[in-house]
Design a protein around this ligand. Sequence first.
Ligand SMILES: Nc1ncnc2c1ncn2[C@@H]1O[C@H](COP(=O)(O)OP(=O)(O)OP(=O)(O)O)[C@@H](O)[C@H]1O
Length: 592
Amino acid sequence: MNPLDKAREFRATVNTTVARARARTHAATLGRPGVLGVVLRALVAVLGFVLGRSWMLVQATFAWAGRHLPLSVFGLVVAGLLWLGLEASGWPGSTLTGPVIVWALFWSPGLALGLWAAMFPGSYRRSRLRVWYVRRWLTGTPARWGRKGSEAVGTAAGLGVRQPDGGVLVPGIKVRFAPGAAVLRLNVVVGQTVDDIVRNAPRIATAYGAHGHELRPVKPGVVDLVLFLIARLAPRTAVMPAEFSGAASVGVVPAGTRRDGRRLDLVVRGRHTLVVGATGAGKGSVLWSVAGNLAPAVHAGYVRLWGVDLKQGIEVETGRALFGQVAYTAEQAVTVLGTLVRIMNERGAEMRGVSRNHDATPDAPLHVLVIDELADLMAYSEFEHKREAERLLSKLLTQGRALGVVVLGCVQNPRQEALGGTRGLWPQKIALRLDSETETDMVLGTAAPLAPAHDIPADIQPGGVSATAGTAYLVTEDGTPTLCRFDYWPDHLIHAVAARYPAPAYTDTPAPAPVADAASAWLAAGGHTPALDETPANPRQDEDNEPSTAPAPRRKRSSRKNPRNRRPADATAQAVDGSTGNTPTTEQETSS
Ligand SMILES: Nc1ncnc2c1ncn2[C@@H]1O[C@H](COP(=O)(O)OP(=O)(O)OP(=O)(O)O)[C@@H](O)[C@H]1O
């Protein structure tokens, strides 16, 4: 047989063998199984089960180890040293048993986690621990988060800067983990600005499948990009605030939980806060997180609460004993605002040349005005009240913070008419769930892309309550947004707090500041031109009030003729009278 024939024969034999093997495998796996097929299938099933469960064990154990890296590495080192020691000393028995036991002791929580994952993969996958450990581990392996991975992501996200030699330089990225989040520390490279990172942050967040992100400036040229691995914040009910602990605690309230699990400390002192949220979004939680947590300071005399609640007083009346004056009608609201403007002006006169910032004391407390629905006052009340309220509120918002008079205003709809000209005067904003992107833009302005309040799901439960109520973006003065969930304040807790920390009986409330200008005075007088001596001699001067001495304007005409035209102090008395019948500790009188 010549060599060519030999080769042909060999090829034919190989072909036949391969064809037979293929036919057998096909019959065993896909076709009708013979004995071999049944055995093969059983083997594959067992192997799949064992490999799957082993993978779960390894995955969960190493996820734990990755999370607790120093401890797990320390365990390995101790076990390794023990093994070396045993080997060197010529230990007669097994030199592996001891080190393995030591290693297992160090890694026991991880092994327990792994066993649970291997035995009950379903429940483990559904658990929050998986989010904390496995996800963090999977997304935290060097391949993905390490230098190589971050470079690739940085380049893809447009963070690269082309170098003269043709290479691309991307910011150095260091990764660390915080509860529920991965924190990327980015060092901008020459030729880049922090703004480049801010602009590209959403791309990086999306590349890593994060549920949201935050940017926190660290120092010039360095910024932390926090990528959140957890989508929702669990609800929490507030607890009775602790006793007053001194002046230092005034003005910062523990209001809820931040997305990274830390406590949310809301700064009230020196900050006017605008709270915006659709109906049922949980504005009450924010309002009571402030009022309720300030209660001990109110009781001690360091803080004085004022309330405006034109929604029939339903919200404020729940904790009435915490408040000094409250207003349930637009007319009363103007009185309360006027009184605060007067207090602010008097304080300004006292502080002028002495101090630039107010420190709360029992003699000069921090005044906090809480307005439940701004739109009821600024949009839906009668024209003269609307106009005067806007003027007075604008004065408080522009001048009050350094003088210890701050405002917390809640509103459902952030449109122009609901806020009047005050929209740009709130340094701190809290955006609860909103109905549209336009509303988010209106409230948060440039911070809107990082705080998509319209994306907070309503998730209405069978009882009609939103499962996400109280979830909000807090945007502080520097524009940093923080996703957080405010604590829930049930009615019984508000009652209990009001009973335990009632406000002292105030007897020093001044008369409200006089109306400012001729037009307002005319409107306040019910559309009649007031007598000359009824309007301030120099309205502007009175407005900017050298007020400590300026008396309230006196009107000749009886205000009783027109109920809308009552003198402000009367209105205050009425507001107080009308609401304190059952709260004898709160203010009962005003000077006029
Ligand atoms: N922080 C929270 N955690 C859990 N549930 C909450 C929270 N805040 C509010 N809720 C639930 O949502 C409901 C509506 O809350 P709330 O009355 O504060 O909303 P709102 O924004 O003031 O609505 P509206 O503008 O219609 O008065 C509450 O009755 C309560 O059941």
